[in-house]
Ligand binder design. Structure first.
Ligand SMILES: Nc1ncnc2c1ncn2[C@@H]1O[C@H](COP(=O)(O)OP(=O)(O)O)[C@@H](O)[C@H]1O
Ligand SMILES: [Mg+2]
Length: 258
């Protein structure tokens, strides 16, 4: 069954740990079916924000609403039925084959003692083909290259049938062809996408809206053209750019000046 894309509303999200405030009141909305990019310099709080969204961190203040329900009131299983994650670093994969890692994505939809049924097996096979790694199914996940692992984690998220797919630097380790494939795949899913991207030109062409973080605060949000300005990138990243409109895609196109 195809899931409905989720609505995500983050309101006044604050996260503190060990006396440091990593997020200072973040507001962000992703409407059902939108692809929203999160960008910002290293250490600006992107991963912390995503961890709050998928529930590995508990916000100090503020709310995360999934389809209007406070995510804090959902069980782990309820949340896993709506939100899939492609994390920056996978854990809990030790000794598992690629097929087993991908099949884990089906578990929120099954009872905990239930074996994979024929439909689960078929979905896993399909997803391995979709991300281009069917030949690696029986290999150990931890032996794969960074890019192969990344694709297996995307396959795991696909079989989870999420309403919201959150990806932390999903194009890391991927060659340009797979970067484009993964982003097109995410955009084409009947799910809302929340993705951390470092490549601002890719973010501009694949995201409906962008949210730019700096030192734990949202400093700009809106369409790529609204967010990606020469002034803003100068201020946030300390780089000089020329930004035009790409003649083919119509998206902002950034050239970095020496
Ligand atoms: N447990 C923690 N305790 C203190 N500081 C942390 C902790 N986790 C992350 N940080 C710091 O919080 C900031 C934001 O981290 P992160 O969300 O990983 O940034 P990003 O993903 O944007 O690079 C960084 O400066 C990081 O060093
Ligand atoms: Mg990060």
């Amino acid at each position: 069954m195809t899931p409905a894309p989720a609505e995500l509303r983050i309101e006044g999200l604050r996260y503190e740990t060990g006396g440091h405030t990593l997020l200072h009141g973040i507001d962000l909305t992703a409407r059902p079916g939108e692809t929203v990019g999160v960008a910002g310099p290293n250490g600006s709080g992107k991963t912390t924000l995503l961890r709050c969204v998928y529930g590995t961190l508990r916000p100090t203040a503020g709310r995360i609403l999934l389809d209007g329900r406070d995510a804090a009131s959902l069980t782990v299983r309820e949340r896993a039925r709506r939100v899939a994650v492609v994390p920056q670093d996978a854990s809990g994969t030790f000794g598992l084959t690629v097929r087993e890692v991908v099949a884990m994505g089906r578990s929120p939809h099954k009872r905990f003692w239930e074996q994979d049924g024929p439909a689960d097996v078929r979905r896993t096979e399909e997803a391995l083909r979709t991300v281009g790694i069917p030949a690696f199914a029986e290999r150990t996940f931890d032996e794969l290259s960074g890019g192969e692992r990344q694709r297996a984690l995307v396959a795991r998220a696909l079989v989870q049938d999420p309403g919201l797919l959150a990806l932390d630097e999903p194009t890391n380790h991927l060659d340009i062809r797979y970067q484009l494939e993964v982003l097109a795949l995410v955009r084409g899913l009947p799910a809302t996408g929340l993705l951390v991207l470092h490549d601002l030109n890719l973010a501009a062409s694949f995201c409906d809206r962008l949210c730019l973080l700096h030192e734990g605060r949202v400093v700009a949000s809106g369409t790529p053209a609204e967010v990606l300005t020469e002034e803003m990138l100068g201020e946030v990243y300390g780089v000089r750019t020329r930004i035009g409109v790409h003649p083919t895609t119509g998206a902002p196109s950034i050239v970095y000046l020496p």
